[in-house]
Structures are given as C-alpha cells and as structure tokens.
Design a protein around this ligand. Structure first.
Ligand code: NDP
Length: 331
C-alpha cells in the first residue's frame, strides 16, 4: 500500500521534500471493517492549512502521518454488514492506494447516478460549500448582484451557477482569458474579470454598477479589498477561503478598507462547510436536480497517475492550473 506522508512542515510554498512516499503491507479488514482500493483523491486548497502546526477547525496532519484527503474508494473486502465488495464509498481515507474503515464518517455513492469524481466535487464538499455559503451565509435573494472570486474553480463554478439559477446577476473573477471565456460562454455568468490582466476595481465599477449584494470570497488579499470598495447597502461578504494568503510567510493580509462595512451597513461572515453536515442530503438532492436539468454544468480537472503524483498535483491549485474540481484518478 503506497502512501504519501508528511515529512516536514512546509515554509511558504510546499516543496517536494516536505513529502515522503511510504509503502506498507495492505491490511485485511477486521470485524466490523471494510477495505477498499482508492479510485479518486480530492485536492483541496485547505490542505495547505492542515500542514501548519497551528490550531484550526481540524488538527494539523502530524509529521510522518499519511496525508489527510477526501477520496472515493471501491470496496474490495468487507466484514461490515453495510458494505459489499464493489460498493463505492466517499470518506477521508487519505492519500494512499488502499484504506480500511469502520464506515464512520463515510458515505456510499452510486456511480449510476453521477461519475465517481463528482462526489468529490459538485455533489461533494465543494458543492456543499457553494450551496450553504451562498444561500445560508450569503442569504442570497433573487435579482441581487453576486461577485465570486476563484470563479473558475471547484467552489466558484458552482457558486456562480447557483446564483444564476436564483435569478441573480453574476460576475466572476478568475485568472486568465480562457477561464473568463469559459465562465461567460459556457457557464452563463453575466461577466468575468481576469484579475491577471485587468484592473479589478475598475472592472467591478463597470460590471457591478449598482454595487455588490453578495461577495463570495475564495481568495482574500487585494481582490477582497477591491470587492469591499463596491459593496451595496446591506451587502454580505462570505469568507469562504483566502487561497492568495495560504502560502504567505509573513502572515495573512487583512482588508485595508473594512470600514466600507460600516458605511454600507454590510456584514462579513466566515463559515466551515462541515457545520452543515446534517443538511448535505438536501443540498445534494437540489444540486443533482439542477445538474440533471442542465442548469448547472460540472467542471472537473482529472489528473491520472499514482499517489506519487499527489504533491505536484496539489501545487496546481496554487498556480491556477486547474479549471473546476481538481482530482487525482489513481491508475
Ligand atoms: P479551486 O478549484 O478554486 O482552486 C484554486 C484556485 O484558486 C486556482 O485554480 C486559482 O484560480 C486560484 N488561485 C490560486 N492562487 C491564487 C491567488 N494568489 N490569487 C487569486 N486566486 C488564486 O479550489 P476550491 O474550489 O476547492 O476552493 C476555493 C476556496 O474555497 C479556497 O479558498 C478554499 O480554501 C475554500 N474552501 C472553503 C471551505 C469552507 O468550508 N470554508 C470548504 C472548501 C473550500 P485562478 O487561475 O483563477 O487564479
């Protein structure tokens, strides 16, 4: 069973020396357990935070431990009454070729209803994040103007499309002309801003002339500052993530103009998707319906390889080399 383990705590950008490739015998499932072979591993920006030895919403990954990751496994042997060989299960099984589980915190999924990778994306954690972040934390109302950063990513593509389903005006911010064209031409966004080549403040003035009602922030930093300058009255700023800050060695850059919250009587609120776990079923059902109707398109970026490709694949997220949900499909 080949595995990726954390070898050292990264400083700044994660380097290949921060990981080790380990191998141990495949373990047989004990009474009440099942074993499975990993098919898809999820790559998530939050993984960067789990590598730092500081308190967060989850404990850090320990040095020498198998890297934490969500994945889909195919059950190969079972001594658990609820799981049969051939079942597919989503869980936090880690970056390894084989996993053994007692089933706690896992979910059986049906490949006949959606491709397996989609249970890590639109119908998985990123989809849940988009749904509850926008509708619950963002309290989105029909007809509002929504701006989402990281718009071409796993969470961002779903945020924008849910907002379109809800009859909103949607502006996406993403890196590069291709991603921006995809947002407006394929996913139905009303406008897209290429933050690499455009002046984001100026573009927001143009594309959100009446101000932003909901700003869904995936990136933080300067783009958050730019969005704060354009808030409408009673706007909601949803703090989902801040990927531009995750590799920073000098701490997180705070908003320089948060007083716009005062002037605009706005609020800014963070959330962690796991707090909505009890309601995942309702969100998955509604998202699956919209996907089935063709109102939400699923964008996935599948890298095929082995567990040894995990470190390089993770870096793609921080270089903007993925479009939609990034997964590693084990061969
Ligand atoms: P994405 O699929 O969006 O991938 C990350 C993207 O971030 C890249 O493709 C890149 O797109 C963009 N990016 C990378 N570096 C920068 C930078 N310096 N400045 C601006 N953009 C950058 O990842 P996810 O959809 O999985 O995650 C999106 C966000 O949601 C992350 O911040 C993540 O931590 C957060 N999250 C929060 C959860 C919660 O419970 N609060 C749960 C899940 C995710 P581009 O080419 O456009 O730059």
């Amino acid at each position: 069973n080949r595995q990726i383990r954390l070898a050292a705590r990264p400083v700044g950008e994660v380097k290949s020396e921060d990981w080790s490739l380990a191998e141990e015998p495949v373990r047989e499932p004990g009474e009440g357990e099942f074993a499975g072979r990993t098919r898809y591993v999820s790559l998530d920006p939050a993984m960067r935070g789990w590598l730092d030895d500081r308190p967060s919403y989850l404990p850090p990954v320990g040095l020498g431990e198998v890297m934490r990751a969500g994945s889909v496994i195919e059950v190969t042997a079972s001594r658990h009454p609820g799981y049969q060989p051939g079942d597919f299960v989503v869980g936090t099984f880690g970056v390894q070729e084989h996993a053994v589980s007692d089933g706690r915190g896992t979910l059986k999924v049906d490949p006949a209803l959606a491709p397996l990778s989609t249970y890590l994306g639109a119908l998985g954690m990123p989809g849940m994040t988009a749904y509850f972040g926008l509708l619950d934390v963002g309290a989105l109302q029909e007809g509002e103007t929504v701006v989402v950063s990281g718009a071409a990513g796993a969470v961002g593509t779903i945020v924008g499309q849910i907002a379109k389903v809800k009859g909103c005006r949607v502006v996406g911010i993403a890196g590069g002309a291709d991603k921006c064209a995809m947002l407006t031409e394929e996913l139905g966004f009303d406008a897209a801003i290429d933050y690499r080549s455009e002046d984001v403040r100026k573009a927001l003035r143009e594309h959100a002339p009446d101000g932003i009602d909901v700003y869904f922030d995936n990136v933080g930093g300067d783009i958050l500052d730019a969005a704060l300058t354009r808030l409408a009255m009673r706007a909601r700023v949803v703090v989902c993530g801040a990927i531009s800050q995750y590799n920073s060695e000098s701490g997180v850059q705070g908003p320089s103009n948060y007083l716009s919250l005062l002037v605009r009587r706005a609020r800014m609120e963070g959330f962690v998707v796991f707090d909505y776990a009890k309601r995942y079923g309702e969100a998955a059902l509604e998202l699956a319906g919209w996907i089935g109707e063709g109102r939400i398109k699923v964008k996935e970026h599948v890298v095929r390889g082995g567990v040894e490709d995990f470190p390089a694949t993770l870096q793609m997220l921080f270089r903007g080399e993925n479009t939609g949900k990034l997964v590693l499909e084990l061969q």
